[in-house]
Write a protein that binds this ligand. Structure first.
Ligand code: RIB
Ligand code: CA
Length: 319
């Protein structure tokens, strides 16, 4: 199977880091660039985090700084925004700098070339979708360069976690999400409904520490520093690794079960960011997305361990 060409649009973020390390570890994936947006933390911190993540992978992939805030609504960040960038004890310092080109310009240039080459690219959208929306609004022709959008976002049957009515990536920029949802591009959504089914715990992180080299050690440290567990909510230990499910779907789609739906988002009012999925044609509108509703949790963590172990193999060979 030819390598999948992807762009990762991200707001690192612990789960973003795992998704990025997973993609960069995979021989089946060619990461053409990483476009960064404000979200979990302010833009200067998400850019710093992205550079540290790429540097620790040992891969040569360009990082581009993008939108510092949403299209229209007021800025909101994740619950750890006060932390800022990952400290050096969690993810080692790196000299890697972002490219001078703005992330939106990178997206437009690269997607236009992909359209000309008739070799469209998968966009893995794991943060607020401001960069992607800006590219599509300014230059709608870039849609022809996008094979599919795989996004970690939305909450349909699960309650949101940043606010009860919305998942964070949508809540942070609902107008951007609406632009993406209505662009007519094949859309695959990994909502909280599904990501809450796969909870990473000490068993998985200790295995990654032992087998996945420096990224494995960083993953354990990050998950210990930024506790994502919620036993009251999940009824068991462990926390979700939302964003990594997008890359896992690209690598092993059989781990997931999903259905076609008409997906929409509320962009104004008290519950802006609320998303709905019409699985049963109630709106008599064409479906615009495939929504993943189930994940094979054990298979997902086996994929993570197997794929991320390449970092340990590389470091072992280098010794
Ligand atoms: O709601 C979870 C999403 O919001 C994840 O992408 C997380 O990194 C944050 O961006
Ligand atoms: Ca994210």
């Amino acid at each position: 199977m030819p390598r999948q060409r992807i762009i990762i649009d991200t707001d690192p973020g612990v789960d973003d880091a795992i998704a990025i390390w997973l993609a960069l570890a995979s021989p089946e994936i060619d990461v053409m660039g990483i476009s960064v947006v404000a979200g979990n933390v302010p833009l200067e911190a998400t850019v710093r985090n992205a550079c540290k993540i790429v540097a620790l992978s040992g891969r040569d992939v360009p990082v581009f700084a993008g939108a510092a805030g949403p299209l229209f609504r007021n800025q909101v960040y994740g619950k750890y925004a006060h932390i800022g960038a990952f400290s050096d004890d969690l993810v080692p310092a790196a000299t890697l700098q972002p490219q001078a080109e703005h992330a939106v310009d990178f997206l437009v240039r690269t997607l236009r070339q992909a359209a000309q080459d008739n070799d469209p690219i998968t966009v893995c959208a794991i943060g607020p979708m401001t960069n992607l929306a800006l590219a599509l609004v300014q230059h709608p022709d870039v849609a022809r360069g996008i094979r599919q959008i795989v996004t970690m976002s939305c909450a349909f049957t699960a309650l949101g976690h940043r606010v009860p009515w919305a998942e964070f990536n949508i809540y942070a920029d609902p107008h951007a999400a609406e632009t993406v949802f209505t662009a007519g591009i094949p859309l695959f959504i990994m909502p909280l409904d599904m990501t809450f089914q796969a909870l990473i715990g000490n068993e998985q992180t200790s295995g990654l520490r032992q087998r996945a080299g420096k990224p494995g050690k960083a993953i354990e440290a990050l998950l210990q520093a930024f506790d994502r567990s919620d036993k009251a909510r999940f009824g068991r230990d462990g926390g979700p690794v939302h964003d990594a499910t997008t890359v896992a779907w690209l690598l092993q789609p059989e781990l997931f079960r999903g259905s076609a739906a008409t997906v929409g988002v509320q962009v104004t009012g008290k519950t802006a960011g609320y998303t709905y999925a019409d699985f049963y044609g109630k709106l008599a509108q064409p479906t615009n997305a495939t929504v993943m509703q189930q994940i094979d949790e054990a298979g997902f963590f086996a994929l993570l361990d197997r794929t991320l172990s390449v970092y340990g193999d590389i470091e072992g060979d280098a010794r």
